[in-house]
Ligand binder design. Structure first.
Ligand code: PGA
Length: 246
């Protein structure tokens, strides 16, 4: 089955109003290029979302997190319908930095995914093992896949496999390892929703993707795109990553 490919930028807590220039430059590149093989999504900080979405219709935008309730007394939080209302189509949920620093639990992540799906957002669900969990990777990935709600499918979920030890470190698994792990993830998805439905779900790789390694990683048969952190903040480098699909 032909799956949609995605190149997703996760800006994390980077970007001020002037960074619209990065968006404009990427957008110009997309318009000029005759070889765009993936859907481009930028997930900037919340403060920039509405402005970016109003100023660009070439790129899709997403939040980096959302609350699991629609509204209420939760100072500092943003809900899924709020993201939707400013033009977001996507939201990243379960990123390892939130699991680590905000102590997000599987239960909370499950509720957030449900809230995002109810708000008609497509969830970019991050999973992956820590360095000391490599030997137990299968168990970890299985547990994380089990946090998905029962109604997930290729319309509402994208998986981003991000080994925690590869994020921001310049290290990545080998190409063969990435391909094999993605195959395992697809098998785990098949156990939950059946082989034919699971075949439609895009599985992205994330963790130290850059302009130099993108060609090898993005053209692996089991890789359906990338979730890019650091390298997504440089328009030229991100544009090179976008151009790396065969
Ligand atoms: P990185 O981050 O590309 O800087 O490793 C990826 C991510 O955290 O999504």
């Amino acid at each position: 089955m032909k799956r949609t490919k995605y190149t997703v930028a996760n800006w994390k807590m980077n970007g001020l109003t002037g960074s619209i220039n990065i968006v404009k430059s990427i957008s110009r590149h997309i318009k000029r290029s005759k070889h765009i093989k993936s859907r481009i999504v930028i997930c900037p900080p919340f403060t920039l979302l509405s402005y970016f979405a109003q100023n660009d219709n070439t790129i899709s935008f997403g939040g980096q997190n959302c609350h699991f309730l629609e509204n209420g007394a939760f100072t500092g939080s943003i809900s899924a319908p709020m993201l939707k209302s400013v033009g977001c189509k996507f939201v990243i949920i379960g990123h390892s930095e939130r699991r680590q620093y905000q102590k997000e639990t599987s239960k909370e992540i499950n509720l957030k995914i449900k809230a995002a799906i109810s708000a008609n957002l497509k969830v970019i669900y991050c999973i992956g093992e820590k360095l000391n969990q490599i030997k137990n990777r299968n168990v970890i990935l299985k547990r994380q896949i089990n946090s998905l709600p029962i109604n997930f499918n290729n319309k509402n979920i994208i998986i981003a496999y991000e080994p925690v030890w590869a994020i921001g470190t310049g290290k990545t698994p080998t190409a063969d390892e990435i391909n094999n792990i993605h195959l395992k993830i697809r098998k785990l998805l098949a156990i939950k929703i059946g082989a034919s439905k699971s075949n439609g779900i895009s599985i992205l790789y994330g963790g130290s993707v850059n302009a130099n390694n993108a060609y090898e990683i993005l053209n692996l048969p089991e890789v359906d795109g990338a979730l890019v952190g650091g390298a997504s903040l440089k328009a030229k480098e991100f544009s090179k990553i976008i151009d790396s699909y065969k």
